[in-house]
Design a protein around this ligand. Structure first.
Ligand code: UD1
Ligand code: CA
Length: 450
Protein backbone atom coordinates (compact mmCIF):
# COMPACT_ATOMS: atom_id res chain seq x y z
CA UNK A 1 0.00 0.00 0.00
CA UNK A 2 1.32 3.45 -0.87
CA UNK A 3 1.12 6.04 1.86
CA UNK A 4 0.55 9.69 1.12
CA UNK A 5 3.69 11.28 -0.24
CA UNK A 6 4.45 14.77 -1.52
CA UNK A 7 7.43 15.32 -3.77
CA UNK A 8 10.08 18.02 -4.01
CA UNK A 9 12.14 18.09 -7.20
CA UNK A 10 15.38 20.05 -6.92
CA UNK A 11 16.19 21.86 -10.12
CA UNK A 12 17.57 25.26 -9.24
CA UNK A 13 21.15 24.45 -10.15
CA UNK A 14 22.61 26.46 -13.01
CA UNK A 15 23.70 23.45 -15.04
CA UNK A 16 26.83 25.36 -16.08
CA UNK A 17 28.62 22.25 -17.28
CA UNK A 18 26.00 21.67 -19.97
CA UNK A 19 27.34 24.81 -21.69
CA UNK A 20 23.91 25.29 -23.15
CA UNK A 21 21.53 28.26 -23.25
CA UNK A 22 18.71 25.92 -22.25
CA UNK A 23 18.17 24.88 -18.61
CA UNK A 24 19.74 21.50 -17.93
CA UNK A 25 16.48 19.86 -16.92
CA UNK A 26 14.86 20.87 -20.23
CA UNK A 27 17.32 18.82 -22.22
CA UNK A 28 15.69 15.66 -23.48
CA UNK A 29 16.21 11.94 -23.23
CA UNK A 30 14.24 9.97 -25.83
CA UNK A 31 12.07 13.01 -26.48
CA UNK A 32 11.21 13.61 -22.83
CA UNK A 33 12.47 16.47 -20.70
CA UNK A 34 14.99 15.34 -18.13
CA UNK A 35 12.76 16.65 -15.37
CA UNK A 36 9.77 14.88 -16.94
CA UNK A 37 11.17 11.58 -15.63
CA UNK A 38 10.92 12.83 -12.02
CA UNK A 39 7.49 14.30 -12.65
CA UNK A 40 6.28 10.91 -13.92
CA UNK A 41 7.84 9.07 -11.02
CA UNK A 42 5.97 11.40 -8.67
CA UNK A 43 2.76 10.64 -10.55
CA UNK A 44 3.35 6.89 -10.38
CA UNK A 45 3.71 6.97 -6.60
CA UNK A 46 0.55 9.12 -6.47
CA UNK A 47 2.33 12.13 -5.01
CA UNK A 48 -0.29 14.41 -3.43
CA UNK A 49 1.62 17.56 -4.25
CA UNK A 50 4.68 17.97 -6.44
CA UNK A 51 6.79 21.08 -6.24
CA UNK A 52 9.80 21.93 -8.40
CA UNK A 53 12.48 24.26 -7.03
CA UNK A 54 13.78 26.44 -9.85
CA UNK A 55 16.31 29.25 -10.07
CA UNK A 56 15.52 32.76 -11.26
CA UNK A 57 17.33 32.42 -14.57
CA UNK A 58 15.33 29.46 -15.88
CA UNK A 59 12.06 29.92 -14.01
CA UNK A 60 9.97 31.11 -16.92
CA UNK A 61 11.02 28.59 -19.58
CA UNK A 62 10.78 25.75 -17.11
CA UNK A 63 7.29 26.76 -16.04
CA UNK A 64 6.16 27.10 -19.64
CA UNK A 65 7.61 23.76 -20.68
CA UNK A 66 5.91 21.91 -17.83
CA UNK A 67 2.74 23.96 -17.63
CA UNK A 68 0.09 21.24 -17.96
CA UNK A 69 1.53 18.71 -15.53
CA UNK A 70 -0.32 19.73 -12.40
CA UNK A 71 2.92 20.56 -10.63
CA UNK A 72 3.91 23.64 -8.68
CA UNK A 73 7.02 25.74 -8.76
CA UNK A 74 8.91 27.71 -6.19
CA UNK A 75 11.83 30.01 -6.60
CA UNK A 76 15.22 29.67 -4.97
CA UNK A 77 16.81 33.03 -5.68
CA UNK A 78 20.34 32.11 -4.68
CA UNK A 79 21.68 28.59 -4.94
CA UNK A 80 22.69 28.25 -1.32
CA UNK A 81 22.64 24.46 -1.38
CA UNK A 82 20.32 21.47 -1.39
CA UNK A 83 19.32 22.06 2.24
CA UNK A 84 18.22 25.59 1.44
CA UNK A 85 16.30 24.41 -1.64
CA UNK A 86 14.33 21.84 0.36
CA UNK A 87 13.60 24.41 3.06
CA UNK A 88 12.10 26.79 0.48
CA UNK A 89 10.04 24.00 -1.07
CA UNK A 90 8.60 22.90 2.28
CA UNK A 91 7.64 26.51 3.04
CA UNK A 92 5.71 26.60 -0.25
CA UNK A 93 3.90 23.30 0.19
CA UNK A 94 0.16 23.46 0.78
CA UNK A 95 -0.69 19.86 1.62
CA UNK A 96 0.68 17.99 4.60
CA UNK A 97 1.40 14.46 3.50
CA UNK A 98 2.82 11.82 5.79
CA UNK A 99 6.09 11.73 3.83
CA UNK A 100 8.16 14.08 1.72
CA UNK A 101 10.22 12.66 -1.11
CA UNK A 102 13.16 14.68 -2.43
CA UNK A 103 14.20 13.96 -6.03
CA UNK A 104 16.90 15.59 -8.17
CA UNK A 105 15.71 16.97 -11.50
CA UNK A 106 18.83 15.73 -13.23
CA UNK A 107 18.58 12.11 -12.05
CA UNK A 108 16.05 10.51 -14.38
CA UNK A 109 16.16 6.74 -13.90
CA UNK A 110 15.01 6.13 -10.31
CA UNK A 111 12.52 3.25 -10.29
CA UNK A 112 9.09 3.25 -8.71
CA UNK A 113 9.94 -0.02 -6.96
CA UNK A 114 12.94 1.67 -5.29
CA UNK A 115 10.77 4.46 -3.91
CA UNK A 116 8.32 1.84 -2.66
CA UNK A 117 11.19 0.14 -0.81
CA UNK A 118 12.06 3.48 0.77
CA UNK A 119 8.47 4.00 1.83
CA UNK A 120 8.32 0.60 3.47
CA UNK A 121 11.50 1.39 5.46
CA UNK A 122 9.87 4.58 6.62
CA UNK A 123 6.77 2.61 7.54
CA UNK A 124 9.04 0.45 9.70
CA UNK A 125 9.81 3.47 11.86
CA UNK A 126 12.82 5.19 10.31
CA UNK A 127 12.35 8.95 10.15
CA UNK A 128 14.78 9.50 7.25
CA UNK A 129 15.53 7.09 4.39
CA UNK A 130 18.29 7.94 1.91
CA UNK A 131 19.01 6.08 -1.33
CA UNK A 132 22.55 4.79 -1.77
CA UNK A 133 24.49 2.78 -4.30
CA UNK A 134 27.87 1.19 -4.80
CA UNK A 135 29.82 3.21 -7.35
CA UNK A 136 32.22 1.35 -9.60
CA UNK A 137 34.31 4.36 -10.57
CA UNK A 138 36.21 7.08 -8.75
CA UNK A 139 33.75 9.82 -7.85
CA UNK A 140 32.94 12.69 -5.55
CA UNK A 141 29.53 11.65 -4.25
CA UNK A 142 28.61 12.11 -0.61
CA UNK A 143 29.47 8.94 1.33
CA UNK A 144 27.37 7.02 3.85
CA UNK A 145 28.74 6.36 7.33
CA UNK A 146 26.84 3.36 8.60
CA UNK A 147 26.16 1.98 12.05
CA UNK A 148 24.72 -1.35 13.19
CA UNK A 149 21.41 -2.70 11.89
CA UNK A 150 21.37 -0.64 8.74
CA UNK A 151 21.51 2.66 10.62
CA UNK A 152 22.77 5.65 8.68
CA UNK A 153 24.88 7.80 11.01
CA UNK A 154 26.10 10.54 8.70
CA UNK A 155 26.72 11.52 5.09
CA UNK A 156 30.16 12.94 4.45
CA UNK A 157 30.49 15.44 1.61
CA UNK A 158 33.66 15.51 -0.41
CA UNK A 159 35.12 18.74 0.91
CA UNK A 160 35.02 17.54 4.50
CA UNK A 161 38.29 16.41 6.09
CA UNK A 162 36.94 12.97 7.06
CA UNK A 163 35.84 12.24 3.48
CA UNK A 164 37.07 8.97 2.10
CA UNK A 165 36.08 7.78 -1.33
CA UNK A 166 37.02 4.21 -0.48
CA UNK A 167 34.63 1.40 0.20
CA UNK A 168 31.55 3.33 1.33
CA UNK A 169 28.13 3.49 -0.26
CA UNK A 170 27.55 6.67 -2.28
CA UNK A 171 24.64 9.02 -1.71
CA UNK A 172 22.23 9.37 -4.63
CA UNK A 173 20.71 12.45 -2.98
CA UNK A 174 17.22 10.95 -3.05
CA UNK A 175 15.55 11.18 0.35
CA UNK A 176 12.27 10.09 1.86
CA UNK A 177 11.40 11.63 5.22
CA UNK A 178 8.52 12.02 7.62
CA UNK A 179 7.08 15.41 6.72
CA UNK A 180 6.79 16.98 10.12
CA UNK A 181 10.26 15.87 11.10
CA UNK A 182 12.05 17.07 7.97
CA UNK A 183 10.15 20.38 8.20
CA UNK A 184 11.62 20.84 11.66
CA UNK A 185 15.14 19.53 11.06
CA UNK A 186 15.66 21.45 7.82
CA UNK A 187 15.66 24.69 9.84
CA UNK A 188 18.60 23.47 11.85
CA UNK A 189 21.03 22.94 8.95
CA UNK A 190 23.95 25.38 9.05
CA UNK A 191 26.28 26.49 6.29
CA UNK A 192 29.53 26.11 8.18
CA UNK A 193 31.62 24.42 5.52
CA UNK A 194 34.20 25.40 2.94
CA UNK A 195 31.57 26.27 0.34
CA UNK A 196 29.20 27.95 2.79
CA UNK A 197 26.38 25.85 1.42
CA UNK A 198 23.42 24.39 3.27
CA UNK A 199 23.94 20.67 2.76
CA UNK A 200 20.74 18.62 2.88
CA UNK A 201 22.93 15.69 3.84
CA UNK A 202 23.81 17.33 7.17
CA UNK A 203 20.27 16.48 8.21
CA UNK A 204 21.32 12.92 9.10
CA UNK A 205 23.58 13.99 11.94
CA UNK A 206 21.10 16.56 13.18
CA UNK A 207 18.40 13.90 13.20
CA UNK A 208 20.60 11.59 15.29
CA UNK A 209 21.20 14.38 17.82
CA UNK A 210 17.43 14.74 18.17
CA UNK A 211 16.99 11.03 18.71
CA UNK A 212 15.64 10.18 15.26
CA UNK A 213 16.94 7.28 13.23
CA UNK A 214 18.01 7.28 9.61
CA UNK A 215 18.55 4.38 7.26
CA UNK A 216 19.07 3.73 3.58
CA UNK A 217 17.88 1.67 0.66
CA UNK A 218 20.44 0.45 -1.81
CA UNK A 219 19.94 0.37 -5.58
CA UNK A 220 22.08 -0.17 -8.66
CA UNK A 221 24.40 2.60 -9.81
CA UNK A 222 22.61 2.68 -13.17
CA UNK A 223 19.48 3.94 -11.48
CA UNK A 224 21.31 6.90 -9.94
CA UNK A 225 23.14 8.25 -12.95
CA UNK A 226 22.86 12.00 -13.11
CA UNK A 227 23.24 14.39 -16.03
CA UNK A 228 25.72 17.22 -15.61
CA UNK A 229 27.30 17.53 -19.06
CA UNK A 230 26.44 16.85 -22.69
CA UNK A 231 28.54 13.70 -22.48
CA UNK A 232 26.54 12.44 -19.50
CA UNK A 233 23.33 13.31 -21.33
CA UNK A 234 24.45 11.12 -24.22
CA UNK A 235 25.33 8.31 -21.81
CA UNK A 236 21.85 8.54 -20.27
CA UNK A 237 20.28 8.53 -23.73
CA UNK A 238 22.21 5.41 -24.68
CA UNK A 239 21.15 3.69 -21.49
CA UNK A 240 17.50 4.54 -22.19
CA UNK A 241 17.71 3.34 -25.79
CA UNK A 242 19.41 0.06 -24.83
CA UNK A 243 16.67 -0.74 -22.33
CA UNK A 244 13.92 0.28 -24.71
CA UNK A 245 15.28 -1.90 -27.50
CA UNK A 246 15.52 -4.88 -25.16
CA UNK A 247 11.90 -4.39 -24.10
CA UNK A 248 10.73 -4.19 -27.71
CA UNK A 249 12.67 -7.30 -28.72
CA UNK A 250 11.27 -9.17 -25.73
CA UNK A 251 7.74 -8.15 -26.74
CA UNK A 252 8.05 -9.74 -30.19
CA UNK A 253 9.30 -6.91 -32.41
CA UNK A 254 12.03 -7.96 -34.88
CA UNK A 255 15.07 -5.72 -35.22
CA UNK A 256 18.09 -7.18 -36.94
CA UNK A 257 20.23 -4.23 -35.94
CA UNK A 258 18.66 -2.72 -32.81
CA UNK A 259 21.62 -0.47 -31.99
CA UNK A 260 20.91 1.57 -35.13
CA UNK A 261 17.26 2.29 -34.28
CA UNK A 262 16.23 5.12 -31.97
CA UNK A 263 12.97 5.41 -30.06
CA UNK A 264 11.05 7.93 -28.01
CA UNK A 265 9.90 7.32 -24.47
CA UNK A 266 6.32 6.88 -25.75
CA UNK A 267 6.90 4.77 -28.87
CA UNK A 268 4.44 1.87 -29.09
CA UNK A 269 5.19 -0.96 -31.53
CA UNK A 270 3.10 -4.12 -31.45
CA UNK A 271 4.45 -7.62 -31.91
CA UNK A 272 5.16 -9.01 -35.32
CA UNK A 273 6.50 -5.69 -36.58
CA UNK A 274 9.89 -5.57 -38.26
CA UNK A 275 12.09 -2.52 -37.85
CA UNK A 276 14.94 -2.57 -40.32
CA UNK A 277 18.26 -0.88 -39.53
CA UNK A 278 18.55 2.90 -39.19
CA UNK A 279 15.05 4.00 -38.31
CA UNK A 280 14.30 6.96 -36.01
CA UNK A 281 11.08 7.35 -34.03
CA UNK A 282 10.16 10.80 -32.76
CA UNK A 283 7.46 11.18 -30.13
CA UNK A 284 3.85 10.08 -30.57
CA UNK A 285 4.27 6.96 -32.70
CA UNK A 286 2.01 3.92 -32.41
CA UNK A 287 2.29 0.95 -34.76
CA UNK A 288 -0.09 -2.00 -34.88
CA UNK A 289 0.86 -5.65 -35.46
CA UNK A 290 2.97 -7.02 -38.32
CA UNK A 291 3.94 -3.77 -40.00
CA UNK A 292 7.37 -3.43 -41.57
CA UNK A 293 9.40 -0.24 -41.32
CA UNK A 294 12.22 -0.27 -43.82
CA UNK A 295 15.59 1.38 -43.37
CA UNK A 296 16.24 5.11 -43.09
CA UNK A 297 12.71 6.11 -42.25
CA UNK A 298 11.93 8.97 -39.83
CA UNK A 299 8.57 8.73 -38.10
CA UNK A 300 6.92 11.07 -35.57
CA UNK A 301 3.40 11.82 -34.37
CA UNK A 302 2.01 8.99 -36.49
CA UNK A 303 -0.36 6.07 -36.03
CA UNK A 304 0.19 3.12 -38.35
CA UNK A 305 -2.17 0.16 -38.76
CA UNK A 306 -1.49 -3.55 -39.24
CA UNK A 307 0.53 -5.09 -42.08
CA UNK A 308 1.66 -1.77 -43.54
CA UNK A 309 4.91 -1.31 -45.42
CA UNK A 310 6.77 1.90 -44.76
CA UNK A 311 9.98 3.08 -46.42
CA UNK A 312 12.80 2.74 -47.11
CA UNK A 313 13.45 6.49 -46.75
CA UNK A 314 9.92 7.45 -45.71
CA UNK A 315 9.21 10.54 -43.65
CA UNK A 316 6.01 10.48 -41.59
CA UNK A 317 5.27 13.71 -39.79
CA UNK A 318 2.80 14.64 -37.01
CA UNK A 319 -0.91 13.86 -37.32
CA UNK A 320 -0.48 11.14 -39.88
CA UNK A 321 -2.88 8.19 -39.63
CA UNK A 322 -2.35 5.14 -41.80
CA UNK A 323 -4.96 2.37 -41.70
CA UNK A 324 -4.16 -1.31 -42.29
CA UNK A 325 -2.14 -2.52 -45.28
CA UNK A 326 -1.09 0.92 -46.41
CA UNK A 327 2.15 1.28 -48.37
CA UNK A 328 4.29 4.41 -48.12
CA UNK A 329 7.46 3.99 -50.13
CA UNK A 330 10.76 5.69 -50.71
CA UNK A 331 11.06 9.47 -50.56
CA UNK A 332 7.45 9.93 -49.60
CA UNK A 333 6.60 12.57 -46.98
CA UNK A 334 3.22 12.52 -45.24
CA UNK A 335 1.98 15.22 -42.84
CA UNK A 336 -1.40 15.71 -41.16
CA UNK A 337 -3.01 13.17 -43.46
CA UNK A 338 -5.14 10.06 -43.22
CA UNK A 339 -4.59 7.21 -45.67
CA UNK A 340 -7.27 4.52 -45.49
CA UNK A 341 -6.57 0.84 -45.85
CA UNK A 342 -4.74 -0.61 -48.85
CA UNK A 343 -3.86 2.80 -50.20
CA UNK A 344 -0.41 3.15 -51.73
CA UNK A 345 2.00 6.03 -52.21
CA UNK A 346 5.07 4.17 -53.26
CA UNK A 347 7.46 6.76 -54.59
CA UNK A 348 8.58 10.39 -54.42
CA UNK A 349 5.48 12.16 -53.12
CA UNK A 350 4.31 14.80 -50.67
CA UNK A 351 0.93 14.24 -49.03
CA UNK A 352 -0.04 17.06 -46.66
CA UNK A 353 -3.34 18.15 -45.04
CA UNK A 354 -5.28 15.38 -46.77
CA UNK A 355 -7.77 12.57 -46.41
CA UNK A 356 -7.23 9.72 -48.82
CA UNK A 357 -9.75 6.88 -49.10
CA UNK A 358 -9.39 3.12 -49.37
CA UNK A 359 -7.45 1.27 -52.08
CA UNK A 360 -6.33 4.45 -53.80
CA UNK A 361 -3.09 4.73 -55.71
CA UNK A 362 -1.01 7.88 -55.43
CA UNK A 363 1.38 7.79 -58.39
CA UNK A 364 5.08 8.53 -58.29
CA UNK A 365 5.85 12.20 -57.94
CA UNK A 366 2.37 13.30 -56.83
CA UNK A 367 2.47 16.53 -54.87
CA UNK A 368 -0.39 17.68 -52.68
CA UNK A 369 -0.02 21.46 -53.05
CA UNK A 370 -1.44 22.39 -49.64
CA UNK A 371 0.16 25.81 -49.12
CA UNK A 372 -0.51 28.99 -51.07
CA UNK A 373 2.24 30.95 -49.41
CA UNK A 374 -0.07 32.24 -46.67
CA UNK A 375 -2.59 29.52 -45.80
CA UNK A 376 -2.85 25.74 -45.66
CA UNK A 377 -5.69 24.04 -47.55
CA UNK A 378 -6.90 20.46 -47.54
CA UNK A 379 -7.42 17.79 -50.14
CA UNK A 380 -9.89 14.91 -50.03
CA UNK A 381 -9.31 11.94 -52.31
CA UNK A 382 -11.97 9.21 -52.43
CA UNK A 383 -11.81 5.40 -52.52
CA UNK A 384 -10.41 3.42 -55.46
CA UNK A 385 -8.91 6.49 -57.10
CA UNK A 386 -5.94 6.30 -59.44
CA UNK A 387 -3.72 9.38 -59.40
CA UNK A 388 -1.22 9.19 -62.25
CA UNK A 389 2.45 10.08 -61.82
CA UNK A 390 3.85 13.58 -61.64
CA UNK A 391 0.56 15.18 -60.71
CA UNK A 392 -0.02 18.36 -58.73
CA UNK A 393 -3.20 18.34 -56.64
CA UNK A 394 -3.83 21.98 -55.83
CA UNK A 395 -5.82 22.40 -52.60
CA UNK A 396 -8.56 23.00 -51.66
CA UNK A 397 -9.65 20.05 -53.73
CA UNK A 398 -11.97 17.02 -53.75
CA UNK A 399 -11.47 14.00 -55.96
CA UNK A 400 -14.47 11.65 -56.13
CA UNK A 401 -14.43 7.86 -55.67
CA UNK A 402 -13.21 5.64 -58.50
CA UNK A 403 -11.95 8.48 -60.64
CA UNK A 404 -8.70 8.68 -62.57
CA UNK A 405 -6.33 11.61 -62.69
CA UNK A 406 -4.12 11.55 -65.76
CA UNK A 407 -0.36 11.58 -65.25
CA UNK A 408 1.28 14.97 -65.45
CA UNK A 409 -1.88 16.89 -64.57
CA UNK A 410 -2.12 20.02 -62.50
CA UNK A 411 -5.58 19.65 -60.91
CA UNK A 412 -7.22 22.65 -59.25
CA UNK A 413 -10.93 21.90 -59.75
CA UNK A 414 -12.92 19.20 -57.96
CA UNK A 415 -13.20 15.89 -59.79
CA UNK A 416 -16.65 14.16 -59.73
CA UNK A 417 -16.86 10.42 -59.00
CA UNK A 418 -15.88 7.90 -61.70
CA UNK A 419 -14.42 10.64 -63.93
CA UNK A 420 -11.20 11.04 -65.83
CA UNK A 421 -9.49 14.32 -65.03
CA UNK A 422 -6.80 15.41 -67.39
CA UNK A 423 -5.13 18.78 -67.15
CA UNK A 424 -2.05 19.01 -69.30
CA UNK A 425 -1.28 20.55 -72.73
CA UNK A 426 -2.49 18.44 -75.65
CA UNK A 427 0.32 16.51 -77.34
CA UNK A 428 1.01 17.14 -81.04
CA UNK A 429 3.08 14.82 -83.29
CA UNK A 430 4.59 16.61 -86.32
CA UNK A 431 5.57 13.91 -88.83
CA UNK A 432 9.16 14.12 -90.05
CA UNK A 433 9.95 17.33 -88.14
CA UNK A 434 12.16 15.52 -85.66
CA UNK A 435 14.55 14.31 -88.33
CA UNK A 436 14.73 17.76 -89.95
CA UNK A 437 15.67 19.45 -86.68
CA UNK A 438 18.28 16.79 -85.95
CA UNK A 439 20.02 17.42 -89.29
CA UNK A 440 19.98 21.17 -88.72
CA UNK A 441 21.50 20.85 -85.27
CA UNK A 442 24.19 18.51 -86.61
CA UNK A 443 25.18 21.11 -89.21
CA UNK A 444 25.61 23.76 -86.50
CA UNK A 445 27.71 21.35 -84.47
CA UNK A 446 30.00 20.54 -87.45
CA UNK A 447 30.51 24.23 -88.17
CA UNK A 448 31.61 24.91 -84.58
CA UNK A 449 34.27 22.17 -84.87
CA UNK A 450 35.95 23.63 -87.99
C1 UD1 B 1 24.55 16.10 -3.93
C2 UD1 B 1 24.67 15.53 -2.53
C3 UD1 B 1 25.67 14.37 -2.53
C4 UD1 B 1 25.25 13.33 -3.54
C5 UD1 B 1 25.05 13.95 -4.92
C6 UD1 B 1 24.43 12.96 -5.86
C7 UD1 B 1 24.30 17.42 -1.01
C8 UD1 B 1 24.93 18.40 -0.11
N1 UD1 B 1 25.12 16.56 -1.63
O1 UD1 B 1 25.80 16.69 -4.24
O2 UD1 B 1 25.75 13.78 -1.25
O3 UD1 B 1 26.22 12.30 -3.61
O4 UD1 B 1 24.17 15.09 -4.84
O5 UD1 B 1 24.33 13.46 -7.14
O6 UD1 B 1 23.09 17.40 -1.18
N2 UD1 B 1 20.12 22.30 -6.25
C9 UD1 B 1 19.18 23.29 -6.00
N3 UD1 B 1 19.56 24.37 -5.26
C10 UD1 B 1 20.80 24.50 -4.74
C11 UD1 B 1 21.75 23.49 -5.00
C12 UD1 B 1 21.36 22.39 -5.75
O7 UD1 B 1 18.05 23.21 -6.45
O8 UD1 B 1 21.06 25.51 -4.08
C13 UD1 B 1 19.70 21.12 -7.05
C14 UD1 B 1 20.49 20.96 -8.34
O9 UD1 B 1 19.81 21.59 -9.42
C15 UD1 B 1 20.52 19.45 -8.49
C16 UD1 B 1 20.48 18.92 -7.08
O10 UD1 B 1 19.98 19.96 -6.30
O11 UD1 B 1 19.39 18.97 -9.17
C17 UD1 B 1 21.84 18.47 -6.58
O12 UD1 B 1 22.71 19.55 -6.48
P1 UD1 B 1 24.26 19.46 -6.77
O13 UD1 B 1 24.87 20.78 -6.53
O14 UD1 B 1 24.49 18.81 -8.07
O15 UD1 B 1 24.72 18.47 -5.59
P2 UD1 B 1 26.06 17.66 -5.52
O16 UD1 B 1 27.18 18.56 -5.15
O17 UD1 B 1 26.23 16.82 -6.73
CA1 CA C 1 25.28 16.78 -8.97
Amino acid sequence: MLMTVSTIILAAGKGTRMKSPRPKILHKIAGKYLIGFCVELAKRIKSKETIVVVGEEHKKVTKNALSDNGIKFCLQKNQLGTGDAVKIAIKNMRIRSKYILVLYGDTPFIKTSTIKKMISKAENGFELVFLGFRSHTKNSYGKFRLGPKGALLDIIEKNKPEYSSSDCLSNSGILLAQSNIIADLIQKIKNVNAKQEYYLTDIVKIAAEQGYTSTYVRCEEDECIGVNSQLELSVAERKFQDNFRKKLLASGVSMPSPETCFFSYDTIIKRGCVIEPYVVFGTGVKIQKSTIIRSYSYIEGTHIGQRCQIGPFARLRPDTHLSDEVKVGNFVEVKNATLNSETKANHLSYIGDAKVGTNTNIGAGTIFCNYDGKNKHSTVVGDNVFVGSNTSLIAPLKIGDASIVAAGSAINRDVPIESLAIARPIQQNKIGLGKKIMLKLQKVADKMKT
